[in-house]
Design a binder for this molecule. Sequence first.
Ligand SMILES: O=C(O)C(=O)C[C@H](O)C(=O)CO
Ligand SMILES: [Zn+2]
Length: 280
Amino acid sequence: MKTTFETRYASSPQAVKKYDTQELRDEFLVPDLMQPGNIKWVYTHYDRYMAGGAVPTTGALTLETIDPLKSDFFLERREVGIINAGGTGTIIADGEEFKMLHKDALYLGKGVKEVVFKSDDANNPAKFYMNSAPAHTAYPTKQVAKAEANKIELGSLETANHRTVNQMIIGGIVTTCQLQMGMTELKTGSVWNTMPAHVHDRRMEIYYYLDIPQDQAVCHFMGQPQETRHIWMQNHEAVISPPWSIHSGSGTSNYTFIWGMAGENLDYNDMDVAKITDLR
Ligand SMILES: O=C(O)C(=O)C[C@H](O)C(=O)CO
Ligand SMILES: [Zn+2]
């Protein structure tokens, strides 16, 4: 079992204007979070937000601290949200067991010392997708099933953006310091997420795409609304959205994505929406 991490530093919109395809992918695409038998983290310098993947197979995996945190244990000064993007598994947090079905979420607050991940079936392992942000208060652990999410219906089939936003780790359901997470599912025939697009300079965000059928892909759009770029994404890949960037995508089929964010506020609706016809 191995825990690895990489660091992503923050980029300015002026610098990103000049990036070619590979530079954009190197800075913002996170292609390899889900590694069987391992835990992988990306530590970003956007709000010190982290995205990770834990894929237990035949053995259990333990959440370990990593060097940039300079802490005795991972959640010493952090909180984490976890959504299972794979088969059924279990998370044991300081001795308390949580059965995690596909698309179940779990919030663990500051101070939880020991976190263990297990899969029911090594051939169909749990894929625990994790987002973590610095935390200054210890809030209670809470599990949230998809059925318990706050559901928002957006878009329409006519504009190919009919989708359900499942707000899972959000005020009213879970109390957090700064983390918000949820999962948006596109209806069959709809391909556009987060259109009209928005920025929220007060919060960074990461999208993790799943349920992309074989041989299909999602074209993720980023950049300032007047200066957009795109990154082609495969199933189970994540993409970092700087606070100044739109984060939107169009697929060659419908799909699901997990969004997670942190920053200045906990107001999900604090978005500066860009008019579709103003995008460049
Ligand atoms: O489909 C959408 O619209 C979303 O899911 C938007 C994300 O939740 C988001 O970007 C929140 O800031
Ligand atoms: Zn957003």
